[in-house]
Design a binder for this molecule. Structure first.
Ligand SMILES: C[S@@+](CC[C@H](N)C(=O)[O-])C[C@H]1O[C@@H](n2cnc3c(N)ncnc32)[C@H](O)[C@@H]1O
Length: 250
């Protein structure tokens, strides 16, 4: 997939920037950023990562704030195709990993349909950054034999998850984009049988200098978010592993 499929057509790399800390981008991602002639990036790309770009690279911000798109996804896809068709090497830089709740799959489809070669470079997804930053494992022989990543934000803005499947013992649940749905998430997981005193945490901007963690319990998640005015980007982590946390900001 790394070769252009048409002659004289540029190529694109979908690169994961990691969760925020610029040192958490991969060596390959950093090399491709240095080589890129065009860099199209999001608002979740950590400060300092763009310093890796060539000073002559064209930088285009297409970031999205929650519920408010600065550029619709179709236009981002069109921009990627248009820039690649000029023959340039384009890096599409995305927060975390491009294939974890990042719409990288949609961008890849559009590029391949347009006959443009595309390379994928994975990144450290936010859940892994958060666990590392605050010193708790996502799996542990005594606490969690599985770990699920889910999105709390559906296309139609509802929260409709498979609650019984999530409310399993010995499982860590990491919810991306769930802050606005916290009341529903907390109530539905309890209704599905997860005890209200299950350890939980809200984690804001993991691995950024402004990172914060708010430890609580499943039942107190909504109040904790309200009392501390927790805003996106933040993760919700639920499960016994949270009680193993080695670092917090309190
Ligand atoms: C569109 S998703 C992108 C996820 C990204 N592709 C990844 O792999 O981490 C955006 C959501 O990811 C979560 N997120 C991303 N970076 C984060 C960070 N550094 N700390 C906490 N949550 C983060 C938040 O839930 C945010 O609303």
């Amino acid at each position: 997939m790394t070769q252009p499929l048409q002659p004289n057509v540029g190529r694109v790399a979908l690169v994961g920037a990691g969760p925020g800390d610029p040192e958490l981008i991969t060596l390959k991602g950093a090399r491709l950023l240095r080589e890129a002639e065009v860099v199209i990036y999001d608002n979740l790309v950590g400060d300092g990562i763009l310093d890796l770009c060539s000073p002559t690279a064209e930088r285009i911000f297409v970031g999205k704030m929650a519920g408010q798109h600065t550029l619709p996804q179709e236009e981002i896809c069109r921009l990627l195709v248009d820039k690649a068709l000029t023959g340039k090497f384009v890096v599409r830089l995305k927060g975390g990993d491009p294939f974890v709740f990042g719409r990288g799959g949609e961008e890849l489809d559009v590029l391949l349909e347009a006959g443009i070669g595309c390379e994928i470079v994975p990144g450290v997804t936010a859940a892994l950054g958060a666990a590392a930053s605050f010193g708790f494992p996502l799996t542990h022989r005594d606490h969690a034999q599985s770990c699920v990543f889910v999105t709390g934000h559906l296309k139609d803005h509802s929260v409709d998850l498979n609650w019984p499947a999530l409310a399993q013992p010995n499982q860590t649940i990491v919810i991306y984009m769930g802050i606005t749905g916290l009341d529903v998430i907390s109530a539905q997981l309890q209704a599905a049988g997860l005890p209200g005193d299950t350890p939980a945490a809200l984690i804001y901007r993991a691995t950024w200098p402004s990172e914060r963690i708010y430890p609580c319990q499943l039942a107190t998640l909504p109040a904790t978010a309200r009392d501390n005015q927790v805003k996106p980007p933040a993760l919700i982590v639920i499960g016994g592993v949270v009680s193993l946390m080695k670092a917090d900001n309190s």
